[in-house]
Design a protein around this ligand. Structure first.
Ligand SMILES: CC(C)(COP(=O)(O)OP(=O)(O)OC[C@H]1O[C@@H](n2cnc3c(N)ncnc32)[C@H](O)[C@@H]1OP(=O)(O)O)[C@@H](O)C(=O)NCCC(=O)NCCS
Length: 186
């Protein structure tokens, strides 16, 4: 389904932060990130396949044609792997998609997530017919809220119960960014 939107894994960005395909070279870093409870403190149980023990298996099947409706790119800082960005929940009729991101802890606080989000939103608005990008954030996750705010996302709903893959729904803040048409585009 999401393949309709993006058929090949793009390489996005030209500066210090780049989004591109995750390869087996990232195996140890990915393992380190997924084992860090600080990284997963505010994350759902189902995004990026933490449930599989074998990271090599996960990487090898990340870009299978028939994989679920999420699409993952690695986030690289000065050519080093530092995290993942994921788009999911593609709704073709509504031209809508959701986005999520996570970084290895040693890369926090450098502006990387802000730039990674900017790159992906810009890519989606310029190269696909996506018009609306949403993000779900737990209210305690102030750093993530700030990343969205810095990218021009608006907080539209607060404390909405949402399924994060745990025992019960969690109160969640919903953020959105809409494609703004410039006068010249019309
Ligand atoms: C959330 C996360 C992606 C942020 O990445 P990052 O690269 O450190 O973010 P940036 O440096 O681009 O921006 C962070 C902003 O939040 C601010 N911030 C950080 N911690 C904060 C806190 N506790 N309270 C308020 N603001 C905070 C920073 O000061 C910065 O804002 P500024 O540029 O105005 O100073 C990263 O911490 C992470 O991977 N966390 C674990 C996974 C996760 O929570 N993902 C998001 C799920 S919705």
């Amino acid at each position: 389904m999401i393949r309709k939107l993006i058929s090949e894994v793009p390489c996005i960005g030209t500066g210090n932060v780049i989004l591109r395909k995750v390869t087996l070279a990232e195996k140890e870093s990915l393992k380190k990130m997924t084992c860090n409870p600080h990284v997963y403190r505010y994350l759902p149980a189902f995004l990026y396949k933490k449930k599989y023990e074998d990271i090599e298996y996960v990487i090898n099947h990340l870009y299978d044609e028939d994989s679920n409706d999420s699409f993952i790119t690695g986030i690289y800082f000065k050519d080093d792997f530092c995290g993942l960005e994921e788009i999911y929940g593609f709704r073709d009729d509504d031209h809508k998609i959701s986005i999520g991101y996570r970084l290895m802890e040693e890369y926090w606080g450098l502006g990387i997530a802000t730039e990674a989000l900017r790159l992906m939103t810009e890519y989606l608005f310029k190269n696909t017919d996506i018009e609306l990008i949403t993000a779900s954030v737990l209210p305690e996750n102030k750093a993530s809220a700030r990343v969205l705010e810095k990218n021009g996302f608006d907080l539209i709903e607060q404390n909405v119960p949402e399924d994060w893959g745990f025992d019960k729904p969690l109160p969640t803040d919903k953020w959105i960014k809409r494609l703004i048409y410039q006068k010249d585009d019309l």
